[in-house]
Design a protein around this ligand. Structure first.
Ligand code: CA
Ligand code: CA
Length: 465
């Protein structure tokens, strides 16, 4: 009799105890953030104390790269765990749920939800949101995404997509800040089940408007400009040297005498989003889940501000591919970064591995748990990045190799040339390196998913994102 009562009472408590041991996940993604953060050293003036603090207490991957150098397919790769050559999307659109090849590929959020997690989302996570058959992947939308206010008149650049300046007056008018406040509130509340929370910030993506106090951190007249002399372009094939989307060309920015203010705006918007990250992290640290939550922060691709005579993204050079990736949480001893090549498609298998969930055999990335435990652990697999159908780059620990659809090549030695100034592809003494790296080029690719914009339309600048 006593035994029966004991059994019936203890059972639910056992379940609770087991669930409690499952770590929560807090995933913070940032739109268009390159390496201009203090801990990555991409810009000497960068002021990002909160992201730097996260890197210090966790593992910063200093050689991490996106799978595709533009928002929508990059995020599809993160959430599906597949490279572009396997899902077929290379441009703005298509939405995850419309990509046939992904019909049977569960999103990362779905994988966690099916294994007992409550999934929560706010802001820009998938470019098109979790729509259609993905709607049920998310249990709780704690903040509905919306645009931040912008001035009636353009401040710095003509057109609606591209403009920047000090506006609105206060942080709390900015959607990213409201999102951070909402996320912090949720993180301070008790949760019945383990959770997977996705928080997606919009800045520093254009339009680069943020309150004046963030612009005031940088002096337009003395802000450090990136290397953009242009003489390093002579040995580079003409591929991808043209206007892309609605982004201005570097020549246009220079002619308009807007380079300095654009650099200032990008740094200001980055400082603002860093502040938002700090708000979320304070919510976690002050709440009941601090001891049982793994945090991962990443950006969907990098961003040029004049390097290689280019503005924005979509190239296969370091400025477009390199992104911050930071993991932190209980069990990760901080303080040491990892220089091994890492892809954003590694996030999905890493989180599954860290949380000890059933393996998803479809994933193409490789778990980073060995590097979370010991940062000096080497990896054999390099990072593969694509941009438009048939163009790929391979980034190993020391080298970058680029092969365009027309066969043109670039090769850079990052041990001596982090700026990718000297193209060594034609140098026969590096034939073996080229051969080794080209082994990792995708052998075959599924047909390209019909993009919202064709390459020709993007090239002509007639399609708005
Ligand atoms: Ca983006
Ligand atoms: Ca060069």
């Amino acid at each position: 009799m006593f035994g029966v009562i004991f059994a019936s009472l203890s059972f639910p408590f056992q379940i609770q105890a087991e669930e409690k041991a499952m770590p929560n996940v807090l995933m913070i993604c940032i739109d268009d953030l390159n390496d201009w953060i203090g801990c990555m050293g991409g810009h000497p003036d960068a002021k990002t104390p909160h992201i730097d603090a996260l890197a210090k207490r966790g593992r910063l991957f200093t050689n991490a790269h996106c799978a595709v150098t533009v928002c929508s397919p990059s995020r599809v790769s993160v959430m599906s765990g597949l490279f572009a050559s396997s899902h077929g999307s290379y441009e703005l659109g298509a939405a995850y749920e419309t990509i046939e090849r992904l019909d049977k590929v569960p999103t990362m959020q779905r994988w966690f939800k099916d294994r007992g997690y409550t999934t929560m989302e706010g802001g820009k996570v998938l470019h098109h949101g979790f729509g259609g058959r993905l709607a049920d992947d998310i249990d709780v939308t704690f903040s509905k995404k919306k645009r931040s206010p912008r001035p009636k008149e353009n401040m710095s650049w003509p057109g609606r997509a591209w403009d920047w300046g000090a506006f609105p007056p206060t942080d709390d008018e900015m959607y990213d800040y409201q999102l951070a406040v909402s996320a912090a509130e949720v993180l301070q509340s008790d949760q019945e089940h383990p959770f997977f929370m996705s928080v997606g910030f919009f800045r520093p993506h254009v339009p680069m408007f943020a309150p004046a106090k963030w612009f005031d951190l940088y002096d337009e007249k003395s802000v450090t400009l990136p290397y953009a002399a242009g003489e390093d372009m002579a040995d580079v094939p003409k591929n991808f040297q043209y206007k892309m989307g609605v982004a201005p060309t570097f020549a246009e920015v220079k002619a308009g005498e807007k380079w300095r203010s654009m650099v200032q705006a990008y740094l200001a918007n980055t400082a603002f989003v860093d502040h938002c990250v700090g708000k979320v992290m304070a919510g976690l640290d002050e709440g009941p889940h601090a001891d049982n939550t793994v945090v991962v922060l990443w950006s969907d691709h990098g961003f040029h501000l004049g390097e290689k005579q280019h503005i924005a993204k979509r190239t296969l050079w370091e400025e477009s591919t390199r992104v911050p990736v930071i993991f932190a949480g209980p069990g990760i001893v901080g303080g040491e970064s990892c220089p091994e090549p890492v892809s954003l498609v590694d996030i999905y298998p890493t989180l599954i591995d860290w949380c000890d969930l059933e393996k998803n055999e479809q994933l193409e990335g490789v778990s980073l748990v060995p590097q979370l435990k010991e940062p000096s652990t080497t990896r054999e697999v390099p990072a593969v990045t694509s941009s438009y159908f048939g163009n790929h780059t391979i980034r190993s620990r020391d080298w970058r190799y680029i092969r365009y659809a027309d066969g043109a090549e670039e090769l850079y030695d990052h041990r001596t040339d982090s700026g990718e100034k000297q193209n060594l592809a034609a140098d026969s003494s590096h034939a073996d390196v080229k051969g080794e790296l080209s082994r990792w080029l995708p052998k075959e690719a599924v047909p390209e998913v019909k993009p919202v914009a064709t390459r020709e339309q993007v090239r002509a600048g007639v399609v708005k994102p």
